[in-house]
Design a protein around this ligand. Structure first.
Ligand code: 4AD
Ligand code: MG
Length: 562
């Protein structure tokens, strides 16, 4: 939404500046450096007229002269003349509320029609633009004006602000005129009608347009904000963000789930030998860590897993970090706990959790009203999402138990009739998903680190537990209620000879891994790291059942739609 003050004298009194540089009388003239524009009479006049708001920094008008002095004395280039984007509905709403824009202010807004209600004397059209979860109500005084409109159409609307007493929707737009930017074919009804649609339906039937839905919109925005908060924590803790390769020459986890990269146009291997899509960037992160000490990345990982579960994708994102000069597993677990707690607390404080919850509540009501059939997503209620966040943000530190202790607890629970598993937990076997979920939900009532698994269950690179005779390794899985494994991490073997011996013992191709082993040759240091399944994290926090619904274009076996 843009604010148009050019033709409205009341706007001048209110000190409102037109965002559209071509229309406003006080926007700086285009094509000249700002330094000369500041001197220009026109701009000076503008500053006199609107002392509180008239400083243009190229992207927005700074709120006061202080910022002008600050930015122009420090860095004149900050005053470059750049063309502002049309405002989003979210930006506009913030401005209307915080700058107290009065009723009658002319504005332009853009968006897609969500709903249309036609009455005798008025018509109401709600539009959204995906910048936040709210809609903006447009009021038409002549109901016939909406006769050509339908849900899904994109609009550019000129109108005036009408302030309301309603705190949730403090204003609406009284429409003067509008342009249809993009219509919807009459013969093909817009598929995203305003009724409850399950995640499964949206993914299967509307894979590209689902981002306009309330549920996908809030998830995508949450995902974006989560990346920002996680990055911020790393930045504050002196981690260097790095970009390891996605094409590799080795299978990091050694689980045989790699996709091979081939070139359609060459008969011989493109790289002169086999190339794979990475299953984890860990090995390259370790190389980066050996020079930079603390490194992290958020990158796609690819696994040719055939397991079709709500927790597995063939292409997913993993947030990984590697830290030098640490020789206790506790360092890595504390890093994971600190990272997640801090990011979650900030996401909660900045209102992201509330947005998720209010959409969830709306969908719960809509589902009840529309009376659709079974739906796993709606089984994760508003209350459960809150419980998940409370569990992660609890006052006490997250529980830590060894794998051995975990198996004891599971066996005891089963023998006492407190738990019933399809497969009983056995020492030496991997924990099954049902065990992981039970440990987090019933035993820890929140996140729990399970440490020191038997070495034969884990990849070759992990450091044997001192004194265990190589039986267990210094590793952990972080388990959370309802989901199970969210994070995997470990200390790494940092001795060249010992690592080479392990690679040979587990029968891996040592020539593929020589570069990795050699990292231990020159000034090796004890180190460790972890990987968080990013879609698992997001789905857990927003209460979406299937991780396919928190990634934009999910891929799994036999599914690569668009
Ligand atoms: O436990 P994983 O396999 O650990 C690693 O790959 C280590 N190299 C990470 C490291 O230490 N740098 O994978 C890490 C996490 C899992 O805990 C899980 O949350 C997620 O990645 N994950 C998947 N997420 C979606 N789809 C899949 N197929 C996944 N496989 C693992
Ligand atoms: Mg794992």
């Amino acid at each position: 939404m843009e604010i148009n003050s050019s033709s409205h004298s009341t706007h001048h009194k209110a000190g409102i500046i037109n965002r559209n540089a071509q229309m406003t009388p006080c926007a700086p003239p285009m094509g000249r450096p700002i330094v000369s524009r500041i001197r220009s009479t026109r701009f000076a006049l503008c500053r006199r007229q609107f002392p509180a708001v008239a400083v243009w920094d190229g992207l927005r008008f700074c709120p006061n002269r202080q910022s002008e002095r600050h930015s122009s004395s420090k860095s004149p280039s900050a005053l470059l003349e750049l063309t502002p984007l049309p405002q989003t509905l979210k930006q506009q709403a913030a401005e209307v509320v915080h700058s107290d824009l009065p009723s009658g202010t002319s504005v332009t807004v853009n968006g897609w029609i969500r709903t249309i209600r036609k009455h005798k004397k008025h018509a109401f059209v709600n539009i959204s633009d995906g910048s936040y979860d709210k809609v903006l109500q447009l009021v038409f005084t002549d109901p016939e004006q909406v006769d050509d409109l339908s849900v899904g159409v994109s609009l550019k609307v000129n109108g005036t602000i009408q302030r309301r007493k309603n705190l949730a929707d403090p204003y609406e737009i009284l429409v003067d005129n509008y342009d249809v930017i993009g219509g919807v074919p009459e013969e093909e009804p817009y598929p995203l009608q305003n009724k409850y649609l399950s995640q499964d339906y949206l993914r299967r039937e509307l894979p590209t347009i689902r981002f306009r839905s309330l549920s996908n919109g809030v998830t995508m925005r949450f995902r974006s904000r989560a990346v920002s908060e996680l990055s911020r924590y790393f930045e504050e803790n002196e981690f260097i963000q790095t970009h390891p390769p996605l094409i590799t020459s080795s299978d990091c986890e050694g689980a045989g789930e790699v996709f091979t990269v081939v070139s359609e146009s060459s008969a011989t291997p493109f790289f002169g030998k086999k190339g794979y899509l990475t299953v984890s960037t860990q090995l390259h992160l370790e190389a980066l860590m050996m020079g930079l000490s603390r490194v992290w990345t958020l990158a796609p990982a690819f696994r040719a897993e055939k397991s079709i579960t709500s927790r597995h994708l063939s292409e997913f994102w993993m947030l990984e970090a590697e830290v030098a000069f640490v020789n206790r597993l506790e360092h890595i677990m504390s890093l994971v706990e600190g990272l997640l707690r801090t990011a979650l607390r900030r996401l909660k404080e900045s209102g992201e959790l509330n947005s998720v919850l209010s959409v969830k509540t709306f969908l719960e009501k809509q589902k009840l009203h529309d009376g659709e059939g079974e739906d796993k997503d709606q089984e994760i209620t508003h209350a459960q999402v809150l419980q998940r966040w409370d569990g992660m943000l609890r006052d006490s530190a997250w529980k830590r138990i060894t794998y051995k202790h975990a198996v004891d607890v599971l066996q005891q629970a089963e023998s006492e009739g407190k738990a019933r598993f399809e497969t009983s937990a056995e020492y030496g076997d991997n924990l099954k998903s049902e065990h992981e979920k039970w440990l987090a939900s019933q035993y820890a009532h929140g996140p729990i680190f399970v440490t020191q698994y038997p070495s034969q269950l884990k990849p070759f690179y992990m450091l044997p537990t001192p004194g265990s005779n190589g039986e267990t390794v210094e590793c952990f899985d972080l388990l959370v209620p309802d989901l199970g494994e969210l994070v995997g991490g470990s200390l790494r073997e940092y001795d060249y000879k010992r690592l080479k011996a392990t690679i040979e013992r587990v029968d891996m191709d040592s020539s593929e891994l020589e570069w990795y082993a050699e990292l231990r040759k020159w000034g090796s240091v004890p180190h460790g790291g972890f990987g968080i399944g990013f879609e698992r994290l997001i789905s857990y926090l927003v209460g979406i059942y299937n991780i396919r619904d928190v990634i934009a274009f999910p891929r799994w076996v036999n599914h690569c739609v668009c």
